[in-house]
Design a protein around this ligand. Structure first.
Ligand code: NAP
Length: 454
């Protein structure tokens, strides 16, 4: 069942039953038919659609923001910003898709040869709740601009967001079937992936579910893309600008109640500035405004649900039992449902859950390093490989560190963020493939080689 449930007020707004198999079959057929027209539509038409979607997102930013806040507890100011960002990604691909997909001429033994980029068919997205609009739009905008049709299985706790996204496409004039939301069960996910109509699957979410989806994609010989968890490092070298560091460390770790794949999950600070950083950081953490996510002044709202909060609390407690020091927080709010007190841990054992596992909540972990080489060693001591941010004024250190980090993305002197122009994705257990930018749009096209001989 798909359930719209507010984690803060515990109000259930609406429930949706699973799509029955006849309805699923007709939606898949519709997707196939829609693709057959959409694949030969001109770029101008696709561009008009995405720009219209962007207009509507901007007009409805506050309504959609409230929906996000209601269903998964993101503070309203962050939720409306998320919707605005979705308008941006639509405009970006509306403008740039035509260039990314332009045929490329290549030198070869043929008289002439080129690569043409053609749509694949229906692309199936299985998506998480933590950015319930952004995660969808960041694959939807390029995929639709490339001439594919899309089916979505959204997380079961954000059904109203899923419906709203489908509706915004219809309101913008999208041909019926180009984008459809499905309320499917796990077993129906296999039915969808198995269908010959579906040519590829893109997954964002946990490692456990990601490997199931990848296995299914392998079983049915479908291309897959995985955006999984992370344990990103945030490395503060000795000469870093501490004011900028502090502001970014707070944002990176505590936005969305810490429920972001690219949050600064392991903060590493040089020993000479560690004392100053930790005491200033602690006072900022203690002053974060927590509470009702519908209040525009709230910075840290509830976690997505009580189960996620309990799991986080277990990770924190076990890490403290193993010897870590908790400087602030470390417990759930006594009077607010699903709110975890912003927490700061130091002296963290490397074999503890906070260091070894993904920490998906408002808990900052700070460790001290003595040499720059040690910082990189600590940063690379993880099975994940999503991103990292590094802080230094010295570009030699920045270049050396960015080359030495085993990750898909590095940001120098800024927290790691996603933006439409920059390819986004990880390596190792953080997944494979890229979303966004030129690389992102090429994931779900057929790069067809055509050679002419005379
Ligand atoms: P999740 O539990 O893996 O769920 C993601 C999606 O997979 C949901 O739609 C879920 O459906 C579905 N799903 C789960 N198990 C499935 C199964 N056995 N068969 C078919 N579908 C299944 O992840 P989450 O808790 O929503 O998201 C948090 C995770 O996502 C974190 O690890 C985070 O780091 C990662 N994430 C990564 C990125 C990135 O870009 N790398 C971005 C955002 C989030 P139900 O809701 O119905 O269970």
């Amino acid at each position: 069942m798909y359930l719209s449930y507010n984690p803060f007020t515990q109000i259930v707004e609406k429930s949706f039953s699973i799509t029955d198999s006849d309805e699923l079959s007709s939606k898949m057929l519709l997707s196939f038919k829609a693709f057959n027209d959409w694949k030969s539509s001109c770029f101008q038409l696709r561009e008009q659609l995405l720009n219209k979607v962007a207009d509507l997102l901007e007009e409805r930013m506050f309504d959609y923001g409230k929906l996000i806040t209601f269903e998964m507890g993101k503070p309203i100011s962050q939720a409306t910003a998320e919707v605005e960002k979705c308008a941006g990604v639509c405009r970006y691909f509306a403008t740039h898709a035509v260039n990314f997909l332009e045929s490329k001429t290549i030198e070869s033994s043929a008289t002439a040869s080129q690569i043409n980029f053609e749509p694949l068919g229906t692309i199936f997205g299985v998506m998480p709740w933590n950015f319930p609009f952004w995660q969808i739009f960041r694959f939807l905008a390029p995929t639709i601009m490339a001439g594919n049709s899309v089916l979505l299985k959204h997380a079961s706790n954000v059904p109203l967001c899923a419906e709203a996204i489908e509706q915004v496409f219809l309101d913008a004039g999208a041909p019926i079937g180009v984008f459809q939301n499905l309320f499917v069960s796990y077993s129906q996910v296999e039915t969808v992936i198995a269908s010959p109509i579906v040519k590829a699957v893109t997954f964002t979410g946990s490692n456990v579910a990601g490997s199931i989806i990848a296995e299914l994609a392998g079983k049915y010989t479908k291309k897959s893309l995985l955006e999984l968890g992370g344990s990103d490092s945030f490395i503060i070298f000795e000469d870093a600008d501490l004011n900028a560091v502090l502001e970014n460390a707070i944002m990176s770790r505590f936005l969305n109640a810490g429920q972001s794949c690219i949050a600064a999950k392991r903060i590493l600070v040089h020993q000479d500035i560690a004392g100053e950083f930790i005491s200033n950081f602690q006072s900022l953490v203690e002053n974060l405004s927590i509470g009702n996510p519908m209040d525009k002044n709230t910075y840290v709202g509830p976690m997505v649900n009580q189960k996620a909060l309990n799991e986080l609390h277990k990770q924190v407690q076990k890490t403290i039992q193993m010897g870590a020091t908790c400087l602030t927080g470390g417990y759930p709010s006594y009077d607010m449902t699903s709110v975890y007190m912003p927490t700061l841990l130091v002296n963290i054992p490397y074999n503890s859950p906070i260091w070894q596992e993904e920490v998906f909540g408002p808990v900052a972990a700070v460790e001290i390093f003595e040499t720059n080489e040690q910082a990189i060693e600590m940063a690379n001591d993880t099975n994940f490989g999503l991103g990292a941010s590094i802080w230094t004024e010295d570009m030699d250190i920045a270049n050396w560190a960015s080359k030495s980090l085993n990750v898909g993305m590095v940001s120098v002197n800024s927290m790691l963020k996603s933006e439409p122009a920059l390819p986004f994705g990880g390596i190792n257990e953080s997944g494979y493939g890229r979303e966004l930018g030129g690389n992102g749009i090429l994931e779900f096209v057929n790069a067809k080689t055509v050679s002419y001989f005379s």
